[in-house]
Design a protein around this ligand. Structure first.
Ligand SMILES: *Cc1c(COP(=O)(O)O)cnc(C)c1O
Length: 428
């Protein structure tokens, strides 16, 4: 399917029914699989034959959907996880352990920042956070002898910075480590990080990929391009025998295209069990079928709303990468030629109080912590997620008191603008 365009893969990738089989991906709600002999099953446990043994490790429905996403990203292998958090955790923990170090962009999702800076730190993994606009010297200085990967988000949630994937990939490769890119906000329709040098791509499929605010999920895709065997001392888990799997060496047995994902399933999914439900994978698959069509609408709606906000005198600032006034406009043109997602942030004159009044008077845009689904929603961090902070602390966190995050959905753009216009008119 690789030679097809993304719209075709989104609909037909991952599953091709044979004569008389169901057209739609079947949901295999089965925890376990039946075998005729113990020897047949033994081969599975030794990773010597293909097949399913237990749905904590792998399930046919989940595999078909993972395969579709691998094709959409242009990767060689993929796995689904129960959430985006699990995907980012596994992608790093698969190649880094106690005593290792990771270089990460500082403008990443708050949940990922907490995972890295608090929870994984407690596991003995050290992180250096770099400004995505840092100089080449600053970036170079962030690497240490024990650095195992570089991490960033294509479009950061919620900062909306655009990550210079090519630049960070070069820096990572110069230091003999892979670049991991969280492509959640861009989706493979907006940007395919592997084409710009990323080695591993992760997703919270909870957002645009599933797209309807129905299920939590995640995904990890391997490009198959990073040559772990060039640095066996850095990546012993991939290049030396795994005693918990009868001495299999993942790079030897599964090649560069399969080693990373096979190890991640065989060790991390086996031991940590962040398994998606086949039912959730099915809903994700339905979402993926329409993703290219939905993506266009999210982007065109958001651009119209962003242009309206920028022209409104009650609005003090607008952050949307596709506006020519934006600091990331050039990077967005390069990496996100089809648009830069549906999320906008902006400030209203009158600060925190005006923002609260504005939000109370919206009727179509609902107040939610979620983003990136078909329904337009918004959040005022200063009065909700960040309400314990005073104005000074908010500024330091990059979340000014007047900041409103708006996730533009699939409704009619004129209706959304009328709703915003009405709420603005309620501010005294
Ligand atoms: C939401 C999100 C996550 C976490 O995903 P969950 O599915 O909520 O666990 C990770 N990265 C980014 C960029 C996100 O937006």
């Amino acid at each position: 399917m690789k030679e097809h365009q993304i719209e075709t893969i989104a609909v037909q990738g991952g599953y091709t029914p044979k004569n008389g089989e169901p057209r739609q991906v079947p949901i295999y709600m089965s925890t376990t699989y039946k075998y005729d002999t113990s020897a047949d099953m033994g081969k599975l446990f030794d990773l010597e034959s293909d097949g399913y043994m237990y749905s904590r490790l792998a399930n046919p429905t989940c595999d078909m959907v993972a395969k579709k996403i691998a094709q959409m990203e242009g990767g060689t292998a993929a796995m689904l996880t129960s959430s985006g958090q699990a995907a980012n955790f596994f992608s790093v923990f698969n190649i880094a352990g106690c005593g290792d170090h990771i270089v990460s962009s500082s403008t990443i999702y708050g949940g990922t920042f907490n995972l890295f800076a608090v929870t994984m730190k407690r596991m003995g993994i050290d992180f250096t956070f770099v400004d995505p606009n840092c100089s080449d010297e600053e970036l170079k200085a962030a690497f240490k002898p024990n650095t195992k990967a570089v991490f960033g988000e294509t479009i950061a949630n919620p900062a909306l910075t655009v990550f210079d994937i090519e630049r960070f990939a070069k820096a990572a490769h110069n230091h003999g480590v892979p670049l991991i890119v969280d492509n959640t906000f861009a989706t493979p329709v907006g940007c395919r990080p592997i084409e710009w040098g990323a080695d591993i791509v992760t997703h919270s499929t909870t957002k645009y990929m599933e797209g309807h605010a129905a299920t939590i999920g995640g995904c990890i895709v391997d490009s198959g391009k990073f040559d772990w065997t060039k640095y066996p001392e850095k990546f012993p888990g991939l290049c030396t025998p795994d005693e918990s799997y009868h001495g299999v060496t993942y790079t030897e047995r599964f090649g560069l295209g399969g080693a990373f994902i096979t190890k991640c399933v065989a060790q991390l999914m086996r031991d940590l069990g962040a398994t998606p439900s086949p039912q959730s994978a099915f809903l994700l698959s339905l979402g993926l079928e329409s993703l290219p069509v939905r993506w266009e609408r999210h982007c065109s709606n958001a651009l119209k709303v962003a242009q309206f906000l920028e022209a409104n005198e009650q609005v003090s600032w607008v952050n949307y990468p596709n506006l020519p006034s934006n600091a990331y406009y050039e990077l967005a043109k390069k990496y996100l030629p089809k648009g830069s997602c549906g999320v906008i942030s902006f400030g209203i004159k009158g600060g925190r109080a005006a923002a609260e009044t504005f939000m109370e008077h919206l009727s179509l845009a609902s107040i939610e912590t979620h983003v990136a689904d078909s329904h337009t929603c918004c959040l005022h961090p200063a009065s909700s997620t960040h309400r314990q902070m005073n104005d000074e602390q908010l500024m330091a966190a990059g979340v000014p008191g007047d900041l409103i995050r708006l996730s533009v959905g699939l409704e009619n753009a004129d209706d959304l603008i009328a709703d915003i216009q009405n709420a603005l008119s309620q501010i005294q």
